[in-house]
Design a protein around this ligand. Structure first.
Ligand code: CP
Length: 315
């Protein structure tokens, strides 16, 4: 990027054209989302064959984690490494964000030094404020409202195992929180039918409803009947600390079990973004059921996010 300094004036970083961010699925068109998902499968195959592909040599991703993570942290860090770049981790404890530096100031500073930023924080507004001030792409690594990166991996897994997304029926059973909200957003964009079964008071975000291809039901069996894919998430997500006992009561009857899966199509799949709480949202044996693809789904975080980084930084 050329500097635009004039003699005698302080150096200025020129404003870039607005960078493309990935804060929620509709930030991309349906075509762009399908391109990223398709490309994830290609990158996975190249990785399986041991091919080196390093289009991000010399590029850096800053990862801001205000909440815990295993999959998101490892997949972004390993993904940047495999693409020839570098990832650095900033937690509130070891950055000035934890001492109150405004997110807008942090966004402008990081934009001077790194090529993209991934943020995980509870407050979705904070990610939007960060992105508005940044001049590099910003990726939502999960907020209390949305987890779009997980949806890329889930859609990649559906294509990989079933061959198609459009025209399928997906059942989401459990808490209408960030994963459920992301499925609500995904249904119209990827062209699947979504049935959501939640207890009253735990429905998806009213601000994104009604949504194309989405039906809300109360009874899990009604959601799962004839479905191609059954998805759930924990009953107490990050941010619900202290509500665990009340939530176990509220979600009684919403546990996903092999018996509930039997109401879906015979070749239906089960996905869970993990971490899972066995004995709560899933029975002890659900992840080991042959219909579960949760481990493949977790591994696909790596490949789908490599495709996302390539799309944002190279394409
Ligand atoms: N699914 C998911 O985002 O996992 P982590 O919380 O471990 O990153």
């Amino acid at each position: 990027m050329a500097r635009t300094d004039t003699p005698g004036s302080p150096p200025q970083t020129p404003r870039c054209p607005a960078p493309k961010h990935f804060l929620t699925l509709p930030d991309f068109t349906a075509d762009e989302l399908n391109r990223v998902v398709g490309r994830a499968g290609v990158l996975k195959e190249m990785w399986r064959q041991g091919q080196h592909y390093e289009p991000l040599k010399g590029r850096t991703l800053a990862m801001v984690f205000e909440l815990s993570s295993t999959r998101t942290r490892v997949s972004f860090e390993v993904g940047m490494h495999q693409l020839g770049g570098h990832a650095l981790n900033l937690s509130p404890n070891d950055s000035q964000l934890g001492r109150g530096e405004p997110v807008e100031d942090t966004a402008r500073v990081l934009s001077e030094m790194v090529d993209a930023v991934m943020i995980r924080t509870f407050d979705h507004d904070k990610v939007e404020r960060f992105a508005a001030a940044a001049s590099v792409p910003v990726i939502n690594g999960m907020t209390g409202r949305f987890h779009p990166c997980q949806l890329l991996a889930d859609m990649q897994t559906l294509v990989e195992v079933r061959g198609e997304i459009a025209g399928t029926t997906v059942a989401f059973v459990g808490d209408g929180h960030n994963m459920c909200n992301s499925y609500v957003r995904a249904a119209g964009l990827f062209g699947f039918e979504l049935r959501v079964a939640t207890p009253r008071g735990h429905e998806p975000d009213q601000g994104i409803l009604p949504a194309p291809n989405v039906e809300l039901v109360e009874n899990p069996a009604d959601a799962v009947d004839g479905a191609d894919l059954l998805v759930t998430d924990v009953w107490s997500s990050m941010g619900h600390e202290g509500e665990e006992a009340d939530r176990r009561t509220a979600f009684d009857g919403y546990q996903v079990t092999p018996a509930l899966m039997d109401k879906a199509k015979p070749d239906a799949l089960f996905m869970h973004c993990l971490p899972a709480h066995r004995g709560e949202e899933i029975s002890d044996d659900m992840l080991d059921d042959p219909r579960s693809v949760a481990w493949v789904e977790a591994g696909n975080r790596l490949h789908s996010q490599k495709a996302l980084l390539e799309f944002l930084l190279v394409a």
